[in-house]
Write a protein that binds this ligand. Sequence first.
Ligand SMILES: Cc1ncc(COP(=O)(O)O)c(C=O)c1O
Length: 411
Amino acid sequence: MSDYILAKQNGRTIPLEDKIFGISNRAKKMIAEKGADSVINATIGSLLDDEGKLVVLSSVVDVVKSLEPVDFADYAPIGGIAPFREAVKKAAFGSFKPKTFTEAVATPGGTGSIRNTIVNYSKPGDQILTSDWHWAPYNTIAGEVGRSVAVYEMFDEKGGFNAAGFAEKAEELIAAQGSLVIILNTPAHNPTGYSLTLEDWDNVIAAIKKAAAGAESIILLVDVAYIDFAGDEEEYRRFLPKLEDVPENVLPIIAYSLSKTYTLYGTRCGATICMAKTREIADEFRRVCEFSSRGSWSNSAKMAQVILSKIYSDPQLLAKVDEERSKYREMLIRRGRAFEEEAKKAGLEIVPFDAGFFVSIPCENPDEISKKLEAEGLFIVPLAKGLRVSVASVSEAACRKIPAMVKKAME
Ligand SMILES: Cc1ncc(COP(=O)(O)O)c(C=O)c1O
């Protein structure tokens, strides 16, 4: 009898193994057999140092050590503790002060924000719009709640953001569904490392304003999971004021995550933050998001909420955390630049890259190429349209080696 018979009869045909974890497990096996020097594991989505150890900000660890039992053992209110709800808006917006009605509701990571936005602002059977290159769990999250993902081509023939393709697909879905949830993951997009320029943003907003005229509602979910690893924090928040220039039936929502910014991946903390044109829309947002939380994970964990509240109540501590992160960000940016340089030398085409944890390589037969590379000790992730390399998880020296290896495997 199949292991899956009881769930399968309900249509739950889930793959035996998560693709990325499967590759990572094979990398670990090879390390155990042949030693760490023979293997490059560029599959992992967290920031590792050059020795392959998880980077954890020591300034954040100090805050963890100062916590009282009640800070981590107690329930938090469903929407999050009050100081967190204020602190997380400051963390997301930086020095920008929105004129809109903003409400923040705690979620378990950015994932929770994506889930609650889809559940509350689309109908069962609807399609959610994102780019062809995208973080695969968007499909899982949408699928789990009876929605699916539709895509537009992210880049045009000049290698820029394909605003025309975006506009066309948005109009098409609005004509079919009446309303639309759009996910834009920027800056430092996963998996390409692309950041929308301010001009790209002008084009996106113009398209949304036009589409909104014939729509019941448009939700623009900006997934900023990598915002603090893209480059200067303020520079990469300059798009935020543009989100205010939309009509009342367009609701911008920020999916904010503490996973990368505070190296708190496992504490499962983030927030969903709205930028509403009216008090009523903001109040409704808070109500529906809290209701969905209650019906899925209930309260979010309290610990990281307290940590962020403490960081934002102490300007010196905040400066220390920001400074420590900036050193690691520089390390990550150096790795990305090294990869780009070597790709150019090797004649390896990569998808337009700005910054972030990943670089992508377009190719026709990603599964075949990655299999070949595994045999040589290089572990990367095959996607639908190419290969994803995590520069976050390997040293600069490895970033200099990988492009030529991939190029050779493609010949
Ligand atoms: C594009 C993108 N969005 C959102 C997330 C959410 O992460 P978390 O739920 O850990 O905050 C991730 C994490 O890898 C991501 O890559």
